[in-house]
Design a protein around this ligand. Structure first.
Ligand code: AMP
Ligand code: MG
Length: 404
C-alpha cells in the first residue's frame, strides 16, 4: 500500500482499476444524460426531401423573368400533403412551409411578393433567385454522417437530432451502480427524529447520492453502519456487489475508525491511504474482489470534494466518457487563499471578473472541512498546487466549474 501520495498519482491509481461497463439500449425519451456507447450514423437525410422554407408559390426555374408575370395556380402543397404531379412552365403550386417542393419547380416565391390574379391565377411581383427558399434534402444531416460519437454525453441537442432521424432507441453505457456507505454512531437520518446529545444528522448520505446521480451513476444502495465491526462487515457484504463502493467516515486514525480493518477482513487490498491534499487527507482506496472501493473522510466537505475529484472521474471512466476530467478554467485569485505548504488544496470559490473582464475567483469564506456551506456557496473548485507555500492575491490558478 502506498501512503501520503500526490493527488495526480492517487487519481491515476483510481482510474487505472476502472473498467468501461457494457452497453444497453434505452428509449430515446430516457437517453438524456446517458453516455453514447457507439458512434451513431444517420440512416437517412434530414430533411428527407427538398421542402419549402416559406409560404408562397413554387414555380419552375424557367419561369423566372421580367415581373409582373401571371401564372396559373394548379394546386396546393402543405406540410404533410405533397403535390404529386409535375409542374409545367407557366403554372405554379401554392406551397406552405415544410411542404415538399413539387417536381418541375426550382424556387419558391414568398406570398408577400405576389397578388391574386383572379380565380386560380397568381401575379408574381418580384422573383427571388433560382433555388430561393428551397431547403435541400440532407441540408441539416446527410445520410451516413456521424451525429453522435461514442463517449459523448447525450444532451438536448443530441436527443433532438436523434429524434429527427427517427431513432427510437439509443445504445448507451450501463450506469455504474454505486454503493454509498455512511459510517458513524453519531449519525441520525434527517427527518426521522430529533437529536440526542452528541448526535448529528447524516449529511453525506444525501450529498453524495446527489453527486453520484449527477455523475451518471445509479445507486446500488445507500447503507449506513454505526462504528462497530460487525455492522461494518454486514454492510460490506451488501455493498460489495456494486461497480464502485464509496465509504464515508471511519478511515482516519481514531479508535473507532474501523472501516479499513473491516474491509481487510473481507479480503480488501489497499492501493493507497492518505493523499497530500486538503480537504480529504486520509482518503483510502483499494479493491475488494476487483471492485474499486473509496474510503472518504467523513467531514462533509472532505467527502464531497473527494467524491468529486476521485469517484466522479471513476464513474466517467466506467461510462466510457470521452472526457473524464472537467476542463480547467484559469482565473486570478481575488484575495489570498489559506494554503498549507506541501498539500494540494481544493478550495471552494466563487467566480467573478476584474475591471478588465478577466476571470477571477474568491473564497466562499472559511474553508474548514466541516463547513459544508463552503460547498453550498461555491461555483468553482480552486486548485492550489502542493508546491505552493502560499496562494497570494493575483496568483493565476486552475479552477473547475461545479454543478452539484
Ligand atoms: P470520521 O471521518 O468518521 O472521523 O468523521 C469526521 C467528522 O465528520 C466527524 O465530526 C463526524 O461526525 C463527521 N461525519 C462523518 N460522517 C458524516 C456524515 N455522514 N454526515 C455528517 N457528518 C459526518
Ligand atoms: Mg466516524
Amino acid at each position: 500500500m502506498r501512503t501520503s501520495i500526490a493527488v495526480e498519482e492517487a487519481r491515476d491509481l483510481v482510474l487505472s482499476v476502472c473498467r468501461t461497463l457494457s452497453e444497453e439500449t434505452v428509449p430515446l425519451a430516457e437517453a438524456a444524460g446517458r453516455t453514447a456507447a457507439r458512434d451513431i450514423e444517420a440512416p437517412h437525410d434530414v430533411p428527407p426531401f427538398a421542402n419549402s422554407a416559406m409560404d408562397g408559390y413554387a414555380v419552375a426555374s424557367a419561369d423566372r423573368g421580367e415581373p409582373p408575370r401571371v401564372l396559373r395556380v394548379i394546386g396546393e402543397a402543405a406540410a404533410g400533403s405533397p403535390w404529386a404531379e409535375t409542374v409545367e412552365r407557366g403554372t405554379a403550386v401554392r406551397i406552405m412551409t415544410g411542404a415538399p417542393v413539387p417536381e418541375g419547380t426550382g424556387l419558391v416565391v414568398p406570398v408577400e411578393w405576389t397578388e391574386d390574379a383572379g380565380t386560380s391565377a397568381v401575379r408574381i411581383l418580384r422573383f427571388p433567385p433560382d433555388g430561393a427558399h428551397v431547403r435541400p434534402a440532407g441540408q441539416d444531416v446527410g445520410r451516413g454522417d456521424t451525429v453522435v460519437s461514442a463517449g459523448q454525453v447525450l444532451g438536448g441537442g443530441a436527443v433532438g437530432v436523434l429524434a429527427g432521424l427517427g431513432l427510437g432507441r439509443v445504445p448507451v453505457r450501463k450506469r455504474p451502480r454505486v454503493a454509498l456507505v455512511t459510517t458513524g454512531s453519531e449519525l441520525v437520518e434527517p427527518g426521522s427524529r430529533g437529536l440526542r446529545p452528541g448526535e448529528i444528522y447524516n449529511t453525506n448520505a444525501f450529498a453524495l447520492s446527489v453527486q453520484a446521480e449527477r455523475a451518471g451513476a445509479q445507486l446500488h444502495g445507500a447503507y449506513h453502519a454505526p462504528d462497530a465491526k460487525k455492522d461494518l462487515l454486514s454492510v460490506i457484504d451488501a455493498a460489495r456487489t456494486a461497480d464502485l463502493v464509496v465509504f464515508s467516515g471511519g478511515v482516519s486514525m481514531g479508535r473507532y475508525d474501523l472501516v479499513h480493518e473491516a474491509l481487510r477482513e473481507r479480503g480488501f487490498v489497499a492501493d493507497f491511504w492518505k493523499v497530500m491534499q486538503r480537504p480529504g487527507n486520509p482518503l483510502l482506496f483499494g479493491r475488494l474482489d476487483g471492485v474499486p472501493v473509496l474510503g472518504l473522510p467523513g467531514n462533509p466537505v472532505s467527502s464531497s470534494i473527494c467524491f468529486d475529484q476521485y469517484a466522479r472521474p471513476a464513474i466517467a471512466t466506467m461510462l466510457g466518457r470521452s472526457t473524464v476530467l472537467r476542463p480547467r478554467i484559469r482565473a486570478a485569485l481575488e484575495t489570498a487563499f489559506p494554503k498549507p505548504p506541501g498539500l494540494h488544496v481544493f478550495a471552494r470559490g466563487v467566480a467573478g471578473e476584474d475591471g478588465d473582464g478577466r476571470s477571477t475567483v474568491r473564497p466562499t469564506g472559511e474553508q474548514g472541512s466541516n463547513l459544508f456551506t463552503s460547498v453550498l456557496r461555491a461555483d468553482r473548485i480552486v486548485h492550489l498546487p502542493a508546491a505552493w507555500d502560499t496562494a497570494p492575491a493575483g496568483a493565476m490558478v486552475e479552477t473547475e466549474a461545479i454543478d452539484w
